[in-house]
Write a protein that binds this ligand. Structure first.
Ligand SMILES: Cc1cc2nc3c(=O)[nH]c(=O)nc-3n(C[C@H](O)[C@H](O)[C@H](O)COP(=O)(O)OP(=O)(O)OC[C@H]3O[C@@H](n4cnc5c(N)ncnc54)[C@H](O)[C@@H]3O)c2cc1C
Length: 399
């Protein structure tokens, strides 16, 4: 390892790898070092999308730039029916390996097991990059691409937020996002149930989020893609503390979104006519057994009550709980389960075309370390590619 570089990139995730490759392609003479804490680059990328790597989405910003980059890297991709873009082989690790090989072939100096402990501005120009092993580098431009704070076992444990703070940048509150939502009610009896439905979030009675999809019940929390997306919409309290900010929130789950209230009442009334039918029998084929029992319990009706004896008010109560199963959110599952970090280096302090700091020339940020968090479906990786491309291009054009 030399002591002086034109460009030092901290973190070899998708953002750092893309920036390193782009900077060498734009300026082959630039001396570029890519420093990675773990033993191999792109550990989180390799694990993304359950190992399949949902790389982008047809609805992402500047998708053409990202697809062009994949094509130039020789990364074959395909889109599913819902517009999610995956590597053709559905193997995320192959993407990480391809980018790592490309970076090395272009002359990027990659150092693994190389943990950066701090980045400081040099009053004479450029930056000092301090490595845990006591080495110190100097670079004209530095890109911090250290990722967020979640799944720290893949390498991103929030180091970049500290570097940014020390360099004078504002960090918006850091909150685990795209994660399961804890609820006040015990869901023990529903544990393991998966149901297709619609999840809504209300704050102070106002609808602030609604999405259809699979809802998964865990003992103390809800999960599933629509719930994970909902976790990003939960209000963030001061310094990221959620409890107080959630006091006015309520989740409503609609297990029968295709039914209007009137249709549902009609359906329940028709079921009342069957001889010997119980309240449970009425909704047995509508939702899975544990859910049917929970709905009846919430409606205050015995499962073995005679269907024909139920009043209209009781039918309405069943319908209301099928269409608006109400739960009180109490928090988000923490950093070990969150797919992304909400919050980060404030976007107000970055030039989003180049990813350069507006506070300090030569300082760049890209990827999840910035205050960007998108929904499930490829948006977070897309952001890493895109910001990596922009930072790499700008750094290399100015050394
Ligand atoms: C389980 C899981 C599945 C996911 N699936 C998807 C998906 O399918 N689609 C999608 O769009 N998003 C997905 N995400 C989110 C996505 O993976 C991240 O948003 C993306 O990897 C962020 O890229 P990045 O380059 O900014 O950071 P990272 O991928 O976190 O890379 C940062 C790199 O910096 C290194 N680093 C950190 N600190 C230091 C330091 N001090 N010194 C040196 N190196 C350091 C880390 O080791 C790491 O390699 C998933 C996340 C998880 C956890």
């Amino acid at each position: 390892m030399d002591k002086k570089y034109d460009i030092v990139i901290v973190g070899a995730g998708p953002a750092g790898l893309t920036a390193a490759i782009t900077s060498k392609r734009v300026n082959p003479n630039a001396k570029v070092a890519l420093l990675e804490k773990k033993d191999v680059p792109g550990k989180k990328l390799s694990a993304s999308g359950n190992g399949r790597g949902n790389l982008s989405n047809k609805n992402c910003d500047s998708l053409d730039d990202v697809l062009h980059f994949f094509s130039e890297m020789g990364i074959a991709v395909r889109m599913d029916e819902e517009g999610r873009i995956y590597p053709y082989s559905e193997e995320a690790k192959a993407v990480s390996d391809t980018l790592t090989k490309r970076a090395k072939r272009l002359g990027v100096e990659l150092f693994t097991e190389c943990e950066v402990s701090n980045v400081e501005a040099d009053p004479k120009g450029g930056f000092h990059i301090f490595i845990l092993s006591k080495q110190e580098l100097h670079a004209e431009k530095v890109l911090i691409a250290t990722g967020g704070k979640s799944f720290a076992n893949y390498g991103s444990s929030g180091d970049g937020f500290g570097f940014a703070r020390n360099l004078g940048h504002k960090i918006t509150p850091l909150v685990p996002a795209l994660t399961a939502i804890e609820v006040a009610e015990s869901l023990k009896e529903l544990k393991g149930v998966r149901v297709k439905g619609e999840a809504s979030l209300f704050n102070g009675g106002q609808l602030i989020f609604k999405e259809a999809g699979e809802i998964q019940f865990k003992e103390d929390s809800l999960s599933g893609i629509c719930v994970m997306n909902m976790s990003s919409a939960l209000p963030v309290g001061e310094k990221g503390r959620s409890r107080d900010s959630l006091a006015t929130c309520r989740i409503a789950l609609n297990f029968v979104p295709e039914f209007s209230s009137a249709d549902l009442i009609g359906f329940l009334k028709s079921k009342q006519e069957a001889a010997e039918a119980t309240a449970f029998d009425m909704i047995e084929t509508m939702v899975k057994k544990p859910l049917a029992l929970a709905v009846l319990k919430m409606a205050g009706i015995q499962a073995d009550a005679q269907a024909k004896d139920l009043t209209l008010t009781q039918l309405l109560a069943i319908a209301n709980h099928l269409r608006g199963f109400s739960l009180i959110p109490t928090g988000r599952k923490g950093w070990k389960e969150a797919q992304v970090t909400k919050g980060g280096v404030s976007l107000d302090e970055l030039d989003l075309e180049t990813m350069e700091s507006k506070l300090m020339n030569g300082l760049y940020f890209a990827g999840e370390v910035t205050d960007y968090d998108g929904p499930c479906g490829g948006f977070n990786l897309n952001n890493a590619w895109l910001q990596g491309l922009r930072a790499g291009k700008d750094m290399a054009s100015h050394v």
